[in-house]
Design a protein around this ligand. Sequence first.
Ligand code: HEM
Length: 492
Amino acid sequence: MLYVLSVLLVTTIFAYTLWLLTRRRSKGNEPPIVPYWIPWLGSGLQYNKSPIEFLRACEKKYGPIFTVLLAGKFFHFVLDPLTHPAIARESQKLNFRVHTIPLVKKIFDINRPDKLVKTSAGLLPRHLQGKGLERLTETVLTKLDDILSDSRYKSPEWTQSGVLKFCFDVLFPASYRTLYGEKQPNKESFDEMQKIIEDFQKFDEFFPSLVRGYPVSKEFQEVRQRFWNRFSTESLMEKRSGVCDLFREMHELYTSRNEPSGRLSRDAVAYLEAAMANTLVAAFWSLYFTLKHPDALSAAKAEIEEIIKSSDKTNNSVCFSREYFSKMPVLDNIIKESLRLGVSPAALREATEDLNIDLVANGKKYKIRKGDKVFAIFQLTHTDPGIYENPMEFKYDRFLSEDTSTEKKFYKNGKLVRFNLQPFGCGLSKCPGRYWAMLEIKQFLFLVLSRLDMELTQPEKQITQLQDRIGFGALQPSSDPSMRFRAKVQVA
Ligand code: HEM
């Protein structure tokens, strides 16, 4: 026994020493590698404990570009915001699909054809932007109006809720019905919708671990299957009315291509996650920060009152066209500031061949090896004190420009930062639903603030952002802040 143990120990020490001597080192003009002592895992433990703190500490030690071994892969973190536009432009040598294709297969069971084929044959821009966007925003407004006409939002008595719960109760059904229409002959009741919300939250909870590489669990498969059933082709095309044009056109496309019948339902579930997960949490941060900051709340209310007055409509009218929503600089900027603090997007790319990155911050060239990952986490830009004064503070007027027709500019060390706010990513992988998301949150804030009195019941309570979605989406709150709401007294 002792002999076996001794052989095992000597072999392990020998293998570890061999690994130490041969492990990858930074060569020539490659970015510096953060030292690592554990094979495969690399700096995974420190990174997972607190990604932002870890990266900031590395930046101090190694500069604005450095390499970290995480789960067997070398990631080049680029913290220089002035270099990010070049990363976005380099779509051939720095490909984003390489890592999304296996992820989309694992999570949604969708086979993306090839890393160079465009998503859904250009359907997304057509339906989520331009004329398609017009239809979506009109429908969301009607659905929001319908939901807020329910007796629970008409009572003059205070009702208690969590802010996140409130967002889910109001905005989730509005978006859901806009995308997937209404069940026939009777639309989903409040209780049925609560079950769908519960399932969605369960589904979404698995996301961080699935992205990190954990396998698909039985529980995840079950909840995914329930959504596949809800969104079967038969259900979407025959049993629901008002299903959005995106899914109708997708259905025609898949039928003409003889795609398997489950293809539409798989896409419908993927779009549920894409459309809801970030938007609901971003709407939460926008509403929470507005209620938390009296200056933001009164500026938002003043803007809303002004719009209502100028539109010559009553509070209860929903006849606000998209044009009205483009004239709301305060709400726009509240949302931008909330996205800055509450969302952690990134550009994650894989080098398809050896290439050089020219770092603007120090004028040096860095060599990147084929197969390595290049990672720009925009949250680091969003909270950079060199760009934003007191970056962790919410300031509703941070992005407000004197001249509302122009965007306010931000600088670092005297240089213009073009990618100062990138909640929707960048380049080819930039979110196609970004205009819709912004409008939807604005419509939501507009309607709830104009119809309800709302206040936090423990405004002093600290709510922070959970760290488990850093680099890939909206950051969930550490707890759901409590609030109360009641219907506003209508002035005759
Ligand atoms: C505040 C809300 C939202 C945020 C912060 C957000 C953020 C993002 C980000 C950062 C990406 C890029 C991921 C990457 O680079 O890998 C993305 C992709 C995407 N988003 Fe959004 N999004 C939001 C709302 C929406 C909505 C409402 C839709 C509507 C369907 C949508 C649909 C998509 C789709 C389909 C993709 C994948 C595009 C592709 O793979 O080519 N998003 N989103």
